[in-house]
Design a protein around this ligand. Structure first.
Ligand code: 7RM
Length: 649
């Protein structure tokens, strides 16, 4: 059967609440305005991008808009600018300068806040101290730090010097850190003595020391005192932040070319070792600024919270570069979402009167599993906009987020994008787009995604296929560090001349995009293509189920069979038996159709996840197929989960 069977999987047959009442003063405040802007970007891209480029502060104007030597793009060639100027200096002499830039809370409720002028001073001093140590334009600086204001100053300080940063999430092990340092040939590491998580100190400096035993390129390490943790300092190599930064002077920004490398960020591929995705200065700054303005509709008085760590691309684009360019007040929380209890997020939203919340479906489902009594204890009336990113959000979680957190008055922006795209590609705009739960809706102006078959033919409405982007955009990845061939191979070989995202998707009759997940997450049962996300949604819609992960297992008869790993809600635990397995199977049949009925359901206490919260379906696939997982598990958050699952047989 053709993939047209997606039609029968549509969630649109369900009942949804009425369209949100959108704020009429949004930056893009009507569907007409959006459509007009989109049409302009399609008809006359040069004029469109030229007009948008005026949102950047240039020290030298560019000559050409785009030079496209597929798959390598040069945007705004000939221009000069500095990314830290876009985030800081640009605000000097405006009302933003003395406004709060960062509000930070640690896990133990320590608090700190910095104005734009204070963040600028900290960034200048950090840049100056790094310069004295020998950091210069063209270097790559590895940053391995907790989520504190200083990590943002460190990133912007690199940008100020024209050095690229390579942020490695502080939850990664010394081994992962070592691989990333060695791949980038980084000479400088910025870290902290430790970070406290759920009352325990994680010893970051020891991880760095271990990594450096096998990282010969590193010449210097800067250590921020964050925890009261005793660490070893290697004379001549290691420097305390507090001994070199506070006494340093101002530091002039280095003029960078538009295409100068702003950062690399390592991300896992389907195979092989993590790849260093490269982003350049002008295009990335422009797109993160525009997309933040359009999607989050940030206003002067907003208190904006993106819960991502700066170790992920979401933190780069929507904690640091996007909101700071707009002069927003950004909230940062350093700790765990369930410390000391599951009310922590809601308590902080209440206390700081947070207006915009941007988080991940995996977090929303975790909150859902704890029951709505917890958020209901807090005053969430400051919220006016909610965002989701990282995975397809299942309609059940969307509806819960809308009702319990947004009180049915906050638009939800379900934003589809990737490390490689640099910024949001497909998302509702809060003033313009009517949402459908589970759909990331329509592309942003200037972005041209499509869905095609394996052979590159355009899919019909509701016909599943591969998500591609047909035209270059400013914040597209410029390459994989040290491996241009792999860049071509991974993203530009599947279909001629277009960017291959690696996601399965469909567009419905209204042109709305429904992203099904990675193509290796799309399974084929008797010729029916099924999105694992759709089956998971169906399972999660059962009141007993908190979270579900579905994988395909090779099957001689059907091609693949459906295996589901399921975690159940606390009060259902002692009823997780064969009877419930039958009930859940029938439930999926009822929700989607018999074709999606799982062949096997396994209960588990938790699912294996990457440190950024993505379910590792690849590992589950191995477990479902071979009984054990043998692949790369370096990004797994909790290895014990895997042991428990593997031993089950
Ligand atoms: C931002 C980020 C990218 C992959 C991407 C998708 C999945 C992200 C959504 C989504 C459905 C969404 N970067 N993904 N957002 N799927 N709806 N709104 O997550 O590089 O770490 O991951 O994440 O599969 O290809 S990422």
């Amino acid at each position: 059967m053709s993939s047209g069977s997606f039609e029968s999987l549509s969630h649109e047959n369900r009942k949804f609440p009425p369209a949100q009442s959108f704020s009429k003063n949004a930056h893009i405040s009507s569907l007409e305005q959006y459509s007009k802007l989109y049409a302009e970007s399609e008809k006359n891209p040069d004029a469109f991008w030229k007009a948008q480029s005026e949102n950047l502060k240039w020290s030298k104007p560019f000559k050409t808009i785009l030079e496209w030597d597929e798959p390598f793009a040069k945007w705004f060639d000939g221009g000069e600018l500095n990314a830290s100027v876009q985030c800081l200096d640009k605000h000097k002499g405006t009302s933003v300068w003395n406004k709060t830039a960062l509000i930070w809370e640690g896990e133990n409720e320590d608090k700190k806040s910095l104005t734009y002028s204070e963040l600028s001073q900290l960034t200048n001093r950090t840049a100056s101290a790094l310069k004295t140590l020998g950091v210069k334009k063209g270097d790559i600086v590895t940053i391995y730090m907790p989520l504190v204001p200083e990590v943002i100053a460190a990133m912007l300080a690199c940008a100020r010097l024209g050095a690229a940063h390579s942020v490695v999430f502080a939850g990664f092990s010394s081994q992962a850190l070592r691989d990333r340092i060695n791949d980038s040939q980084s000479q400088t590491v910025i870290t902290a003595d430790g970070v406290s998580r759920k009352g325990k100190i994680l010893d970051l400096k020891s991880e760095v020391d271990r990594a450096l035993q096998n990282s010969p390129t590193v010449k210097r390490v800067v250590v921020l005192k964050r925890a009261e943790n005793t660490v070893n300092m290697t004379v001549g190599r290691d420097f305390w932040w507090h001994e070199i930064v506070p006494k340093a002077a101002e530091c002039e920004p280095v003029a960078c070319q538009s295409e100068d490398l702003l950062f690399t960020l390592y991300t896992s591929g389907t195979t092989g070792k993590p790849k260093g995705i490269m982003h350049s200065t002008a295009g990335y700054c422009l797109w993160t600024q525009l997309s933040t303005k359009w999607v989050f509709d940030i206003k002067a008085e907003d208190i904006y919270w993106c819960t991502a760590d700066v170790g992920w691309v979401t933190g780069h684009s929507y904690v640091v570069y996007g909101p700071l360019q707009l002069g927003a007040t950004v909230f940062l929380y350093e700790g765990a979402p369930n410390y000391p209890d599951w009310g922590r997020f809601w308590k902080m939203i209440q206390n700081y009167k947070i207006t915009i919340l941007y988080t991940a479906p995996t977090a929303i489902r975790a909150f859902m599993g704890q029951g709505e009594d917890i958020p209901n204890k807090y005053n969430l009336s400051s919220l006016r906009l909610l965002g989701s990113v990282g995975e397809p959000i299942n309609p059940e979680a969307w509806l819960w987020y809308n009702r319990v957190i947004g009180k049915e008055k906050c638009p939800i922006v379900d934003t589809w994008w990737q490390t490689e795209t640099g910024g949001i590609m497909i998302s509702p705009l809060p003033g313009a787009t009517t949402t459908k739960p589970g759909s990331c809706t329509l592309p942003l102006p200037g972005i041209f995604p499509a869905v095609v078959s394996k052979e590159g033919r355009s899919s019909k409405p509701n016909e599943g296929g591969y998500l591609i982007i047909t035209r270059p955009w400013p914040s597209m990845a410029r390459g994989i560090w040290g491996d241009p061939e792999r860049f071509k191979q991974t993203y530009w070989s599947e279909h001629k001349g277009v960017y291959f995202a690696g996601d399965g998707a469909r567009q419905d009759q209204d042109g709305y995009f429904w992203v099904m997940g990675r193509i290796d997450d799309v399974i084929n049962v008797s010729g029916h293509r099924l999105g694992t996300a759709e089956i998971e949604s169906a399972l999660v819609s059962h009141e007993a189920v908190v979270e579900a992960a579905v994988v395909g297992r090779p099957d001689a008869l059907k091609g693949q069979s459906v295996v589901a790993f399921v975690t159940v809600e606390k009060s259902w635990k002692d009823r997780a038996d064969d009877k419930m397995i039958q009930e859940l199977k029938s439930h999926v049949s009822k929700e989607i159709g018999a074709l999606a009925r799982p062949d096997e359901i396994r209960f588990t206490d938790s699912l294996p996840k990457t440190r950024s919260g993505k379910i590792m379906r690849r590992l589950l696939k191995e477990i479902a197929t071979n009984g054990v997982a043998i692949g790369d598990t370096t990004t797994l958050e909790d290895a014990k989960v895997l042991e428990a699952l593997s031993n089950e047989d």
